[in-house]
Design a protein around this ligand. Structure first.
Ligand code: FCB
Length: 457
């Protein structure tokens, strides 16, 4: 089972196998070379926010171990690396002076990838907003979208000639709802009005970012990474079915609608539209510029039932129990068919461009024993989800690549370092990297894969 050679044969010759990370989760060197704090530095230094009060000061020390980590990526035999660029290294105060040393780091990173024959997939925003911008309201302020546009332009002017693809944002669902409504991520707000402002200004920033990228580099493949939710009703009953439809609009529609249709969903607008910030003329056109690709980050399905509580706020749902018995160490249900359902549903609802699975993977916390990490369940998880991806290609969906989350164990946001998603183990005491069983298997898969122009077997 899970023979990497058989699985490799199921992908067309131009499919991209890669690994993914994000700046704040791996870089460390939080105060080096002119970097200033982000909202995640502030958040993680506050008691009670992040498990064990862990922070990003050292993380995987990737900033100081760039060359060895690039060698590690190369040793896995993958053809692409998805990483993010830290805004607080490039324009440390959010607006104001550009920090050349920050740009130099990503120059070395991109050149190092090119020298090793690895494609560079950059994400401009993976949640590390410069802390100074929080003083003006952070994402709840319209001017943050313009600050982001300048940052995007600055990065692309310097690196755009060597990038293979760029994403404006990683998972706006997290930086909007999880950060401003559910309070789990920085800045930790639990406030619908703030969240609705963050929503529109993040969408606007995406559109302004696309315009900035295209003005600098019209040919650069420009996209957006969304953690679309595969939403399943807790029962066949009418109330639960309606709840699932509302949840779809709230969790997916408010991002997919503006970007791919130029509109917020009706149900959402009639429930919450009056509390949104002003949508200025031209905003929806800016947000809905055509994209070259989109990325899906998928881990687990979302199951919901109707919330019968009087006055429950839209989308008025409560969690429904998981169907699959298997859960990863972070508690997320493992249910691969939901990945297929999600791609089919989204393509039915929206006219979507080519798709990369920009993140998929599993949390299992087993450690090193006799120099090895036996993380068989992670290997099985990745193999199963790749199997579903191959099925989707056979059905004709434009799935162009897959990035395992993550290259290595790292700072898992509110969970700190206790939750491990890497296909490479990191010993945080010594910074020793150990390729896990899943990583060796993934390397075998990448090695068995025949690049070329052929279609899948
Ligand atoms: C996603 C994030 C990524 C990582 C994984 C486990 O939501 O994009 O940074 O934390 O979850």
């Amino acid at each position: 089972m899970n023979d990497p050679r058989i699985l490799a044969g199921r992908f067309p010759g131009d499919f991209v196998f890669g690994v993914a990370t994000a700046a704040f989760q791996i870089e460390g060197a939080a105060k080096m070379d002119g970097r200033k704090p982000s909202i995640w530095d502030a958040f993680s230094n506050m008691p009670g926010r992040v498990y064990g009060r862990h922070n990003g000061d050292v993380a995987c020390d990737h900033y100081n171990r760039l060359e060895e980590d690039l060698d590690l990526i190369q040793s896995l035999g993958v053809s692409a690396y998805r990483f993010s660029i830290a805004w607080p290294r490039i324009i440390p105060e959010g607006t104001g002076p550009v920090n050349e040393k920050g740009l130099d780091f990503y120059d070395r990173l991109v050149d190092g990838l090119k020298a090793r024959g690895i494609k560079a997939f950059a994400t401009l925003y993976h949640w590390d907003l410069p802390l100074m911008l929080a003083g003006d309201g952070g994402w709840t302020a319209r001017q943050t979208a313009y600050a982001y546009q300048r940052y995007a332009k600055t990065v692309i002017a310097r690196l755009g000639d060597r990038l293979d693809a760029v994403a404006t944002f990683n998972e706006p669902w997290c930086s909007v709802w999880l950060s401003h409504l559910y309070g789990i991520h920085a800045p930790g707000e639990c406030n619908m009005d703030a969240a609705l402002h963050a929503l529109h200004f993040t969408n606007l920033a995406h559109g302004l970012g696309v315009a900035a990228i295209r003005a600098e580099r019209p040919q650069l493949a420009t996209g957006l990474v969304l953690n679309a939710h595969s939403i399943h009703a807790g029962s066949d009953g009418e109330a639960d079915q309606a709840a699932a439809a509302r949840a779809f609009d709230f969790h997916n529609g408010v991002f997919f609608g503006p970007v791919f249709k130029g509109d917020y969903p009706e149900s959402f607008l009639s429930a919450l539209g009056a509390r949104m910030p002003a949508i200025e003329p031209g905003d929806m056109e800016t947000i809905s510029q055509p994209l070259d690709w989109w990325g899906l980050n998928y881990y687990t399905p979302m199951r919901v039932s109707h919330d019968p509580a009087e006055g429950a706020e839209f989308p008025a749902t409560v969690p429904a129990p998981p169907v699959a018995e298997i859960r990863t160490d972070i508690g997320w249900e493992v249910f691969a068919p939901a990945l297929g359902d999600l791609i089919r549903k989204l393509n039915a609802d929206y006219a979507l461009p080519a798709c990369y699975i920009t993140e998929n993977g599993a949390c299992y916390n087993m450690g090193v024993e006799n120099g090895a990490v036996d993380d068989r369940p992670r290997l099985d998880y990745i193999a199963e989800h790749l199997g579903v991806t191959a099925d989707l290609i056979r059905e004709g969906y434009p799935m162009r690549g897959y990035f395992a989350w993550s290259l290595m164990d790292n700072f898992e946001w509110a969970e700190g370092y206790r939750m491990r998603f890497g296909i490479v183990h990191v010993d945080y005491e010594t910074q020793l990297r150990t390729i896990k069983k899943s990583g060796k298997w993934y390397a075998e898969l990448a090695g068995a894969f025949r690049k070329g122009r052929h279609r899948a077997a």
